[in-house]
Design a protein around this ligand. Sequence first.
Ligand SMILES: Cc1cc2nc3c(=O)[nH]c(=O)nc-3n(C[C@H](O)[C@H](O)[C@H](O)COP(=O)(O)OP(=O)(O)OC[C@H]3O[C@@H](n4cnc5c(N)ncnc54)[C@H](O)[C@@H]3O)c2cc1C
Length: 208
Amino acid sequence: VSGPPSQRTRVRRVPARAAYDRVVVQEIFDEALVCHVCVVDGEQPIVVPTLHARDGDRLLLHGSAASRAMRLLAAGVPAAVCATHIDGLVLARSAFFHSVNYRSAVALGAASPMDDETKLAALRLFLERYHPGRWNQVRQPSPQEFKATAVVSFPLSEASAKRRSGPPTDLAEDLGRDVWAGIIPLELRQLPPVPHRGDENASESRGR
Ligand SMILES: Cc1cc2nc3c(=O)[nH]c(=O)nc-3n(C[C@H](O)[C@H](O)[C@H](O)COP(=O)(O)OP(=O)(O)OC[C@H]3O[C@@H](n4cnc5c(N)ncnc54)[C@H](O)[C@@H]3O)c2cc1C
């Protein structure tokens, strides 16, 4: 499923690395554990790192109902959401051609608030995305917790992806230089879990 970029999503620099395929964009958001949400607050754009989940062609974003970003998103101000993966450091034989291998996606648009019914389903989807099967194991949100959490959905319909892979693109005249060149691959890994006994509680630092 692919579509042409809109006037504002067309990547201008190195357009060969761009993709506007809906599936490519969705996969980049799905694999990312965090995204960055930019909202316009009057004259000042602000950006915040935020967890996300995807429901079809929309991203779900949640947070404290009191947070600035969530209030602005729920009000439908112009916004953008970005997810990025760094797959490797690219070391060239010249300073200029150093780069990174990456996959990134940016969506432009405006969020919509969710009603109580869709909000509960969204909260479940959120937990299940990070920890499959967990929603049914843990306590469900109390009315107070439910009210304190805002959820909005953000369209992925106007979005772009950009990807770089492969070796450095050195100039021919630099290829003979006596300096290491290549790729240092990077990945995000899960380490062994650390159980919590529950007899020491850090109540003062709840929330994000
Ligand atoms: C990890 C990483 C590191 C980068 N480091 C640099 C750097 O140091 N310097 C640098 O100049 N560029 C860097 N880039 C590329 C940068 O993200 C832009 O692509 C670049 O600034 C050129 O944008 P533009 O002028 O073509 O697009 P703009 O005119 O700014 O934007 C046009 C449209 O393309 C979209 N778009 C632009 N870039 C991306 C992207 N990366 N992914 C998805 N959609 C995009 C925008 O959202 C917009 O809708 C990096 C990218 C990544 C992922």
